[in-house]
Design a protein around this ligand. Structure first.
Ligand SMILES: [Zn+2]
Length: 464
């Protein structure tokens, strides 16, 4: 069943970050607490109603851009197989006396590739050449016991090497006249669209489990709707969700859950829907039936697992200088080294030491908005002038400059005027571009229909 093709695996949707829901007491307000709450909150005398069987129902293939846009032609593995070795050996260009041998190297505890090559009498100079190849380096240096590497060689001289990076990607190195060339290929996986539906009678997570949905998928779904639904405060018994997502399969075995194609959540009678859409420029996101992005253009807080240690306050006594000095940002206390994320898409307009702010990054966004991130322990990769995307890591929490402990000092400015990052109205992220609106409507129409059909089928099955 289903079509079989290579899919560009994206590792699931990128999570956006939950808006800080401070209670104004200055008490720690961890983020994503609903995740733990959902897992561990006791069920208060409520029976879980399972409307979906534990088995996911396989839907007919969906004509949607997620499963098709990423498809590339299936590429065969380039490592010569045993049969191919014989063929190659018989090749007129090969010296008649040398035979192409396929060897499987199995990594044992304490092995480096160097040791493996010595043990199997393989060319160390070939190895030295191969580890110089940019895409190969990472995947040849880090080895785990049990890892397997296949090599094809002639009397120790390497002709090809391949290694499974994960269940989808493969590193292939081949020797050509000009030397070794490395590439990372994706192995053919079958993408199956499945649907699940649940009614919340306890916590979101328990209902998801009952509907046979993994924590990853339900986290992704909550991530999609997080800008509209507060999953700690707003979810009620009787709320419903329907989700259509992809699973990756190979050789009849499920590898993992993949991206959500479309989802809906009925929260206290109000319907929220989102469908994934990638426009012809490769811009991807989740959009409402009207083509609006489900996201805001800015994260409310640029760090996870942080608590607010100092609020925006024009009349604050500075903790180090002990003078009255406006606090024109929000401080998030977090462990040193906690990643700091770009609050919105933008360009790095400052990256360096900025007096008492210590290591500081300033981002220039559209709409004459700038955001500032201070006291970093260190910077992440993006350099001055680089474009960054919302959620991209730009640095790490620290206490450089004038700071009493590790924290992020975060500022939000519109036209140069400081605004309270916790309360400033955040602009919506860009909608589907006008030029692609009809494309989006055509594609998403099928998905809304699938959600309708799936939900009513599940409800009908439950009432029989
Ligand atoms: Zn501060």
């Amino acid at each position: 069943m289903g079509r079989c093709f290579v899919k560009n695996y994206s590792g699931g949707i990128r999570h956006d970050y939950k808006e800080q829901t401070g209670d104004g007491t200055g008490m720690p307000v961890p983020r994503w607490p609903w995740f733990l709450a959902g897992l561990f909150l006791p069920v208060v005398g409520i029976l879980l109603v399972i409307l979906s069987s534990a088995e996911d129902t396989v839907l007919p293939p969906l004509a949607n851009p997620i499963t098709t846009a990423g498809a590339t032609a299936s590429r065969p593995l380039s490592l010569p197989q045993p049969g191919a070795a014989a063929a190659l050996a018989a090749d007129a260009t090969a010296a008649a006396s040398t035979e192409l041998t396929s060897t499987r190297l199995t990594v044992q505890s304490g092995d480096s590739l160097d040791r493996l090559f010595r043990r199997h009498e393989l060319s160390l100079s070939d190895l030295a050449e191969m580890v110089q190849l940019a895409p190969a380096r990472d995947y040849l240096v880090r080895l785990q016991p049990g890892d397997e590497i296949e090599v094809a060689h002639r009397e120790g001289s390497i002709m090809a090497l391949s290694r499974e990076i994960d269940r989808i990607r493969m590193l292939n190195i081949n020797k050509a006249a000009s030397g070794f060339a490395a590439e990372i290929s994706e192995r053919p996986v079958e993408v199956r669209a499945v649907g699940a539906h649940g009614i919340i009678q306890s916590s979101l997570f328990e209902s998801a489990q009952a509907a046979g949905i993994s924590d990853n998928v339900i986290m992704d779904m909550a991530g999609i709707f997080q800008w509209d639904i507060d999953f700690i405060q707003d979810v009620r018994n009787g709320d419903e969700f329907t989700v259509i997502y992809n699973e990756l399969w190979r050789d009849g075995a499920k590898l993992q859950d993949s991206t959500i194609v479309a989802a809906e959540f009925i929260n206290q009678g109000r319907l929220y829907r989102a469908a994934s859409y990638e426009d012809p420029n490769g811009e991807r996101g989740y959009f409402t039936p009207e083509g609006r992005s489900v996201r805001k253009a800015f994260l409310r807080a640029p760090v996870d697992f942080a608590r607010i240690s100092s609020n925006f306050n024009p009349n604050r006594r500075h903790p180090v200088l002990n003078t009255i000095r406006a606090h024109r940002g929000v401080d998030y206390a977090a462990r040193s080294g906690t990643p700091i994320r770009a609050a919105g898409d933008g360009k790095i307009s400052f990256r360096g030491v900025n007096g008492g702010y210590g290591n500081t990054v300033i981002l220039q966004h559209g709409g004459n908005i700038t955001t500032l991130y201070a006291h970093m322990s260190r910077f992440a990769d993006p350099r001055l002038g680089a474009r960054v995307r919302q959620g991209q890591v730009i640095g790490y929490v620290g206490q450089s400059g004038l700071a009493t402990g590790p924290h992020l000092h975060y500022e939000y400015r519109i036209n140069g005027v400081h605004r309270n990052p916790r309360t400033v109205p955040l602009p919506p992220a860009d909608p589907v571009p006008e030029a692609y609106r009809s494309d989006f409507e055509t594609i998403s129409a099928g998905l809304w229909h699938q959600l309708d059909v799936y939900r009513s089928a599940q409800l009908a099955a439950a009432s029989n």
